[in-house]
Design a protein around this ligand. Sequence first.
Ligand SMILES: N[C@@H](CCC(=O)N[C@@H](CS)C(=O)NCC(=O)O)C(=O)O
Length: 245
Amino acid sequence: MRRLTNSFRDFTPAPATNSSTIQIPVESWFTFTRSEQDGHYRLFTISGSGGTIVEAAFAVADIPVEIIDVDWDDLGWNSTKLIQYNPLGQVPTLILPDDRVMTESAAIILHLADIRPQSGLAPDLDHADRPDFLRWLIFLASAIYPTFTYGDVPNRWVSGDETAGKKLLDGTDAHRKTLYRYMEKHAGTPWFLGELFSCIDLYFLVMRDWRPGIEWFEQECPRLNAIGLRSAAVSEVKEIAKKLC
Ligand SMILES: N[C@@H](CCC(=O)N[C@@H](CS)C(=O)NCC(=O)O)C(=O)O
């Protein structure tokens, strides 16, 4: 575990750890019960979904996680597998070692950063970039990600009205482009926060593949596109990124 600060070319492999055990920093010992040691994390996900962002975060934090694949057809309010854990039927859905449930990608990743402060997923609490980090992470999760939630299944919101559904899809797709362009203006290089890698970069690893697509990112948001590509080359993430191709 170490902080990732430079471009991917500068990465050196993390020191070997026993991946079959979960090592809990002493400072957080009392916040986790015995089951943290006995149990393990289980992640409901689909390759290429937002679950992949969380899977990549687990890899960067060097925390073992069991991957449970879900079908694209079995997502949402009518899902059969996820609904018992998450009323939205969404991935990522995480089962903690003590069997509690966590949903929401940003919350999950912040939790991983809490238990692995040196992972580089989040700047330290007193780091000058911490406010920017929080702002843009939550912007991704609360402003950009929901444009998919509302546009992906228009029939859920405007049932039976195809014209309204098309407008909803077009409107949310257009709004997302505006939001990405806004982020592009604030993007640093080589990482979104400049020299400091963070989990924000992992969102672009996956999201550049989603609507409006890679070609659009290349042309309209070259910095965000480059951040996504760099994230795919991070040594801990490489294998996961291959599954996106
Ligand atoms: N706010 C959630 C959004 C998760 C989400 O929308 N996941 C998508 C897949 S990428 C999903 O499961 N969609 C199915 C649906 O909403 O019906 C997060 O940040 O984790």
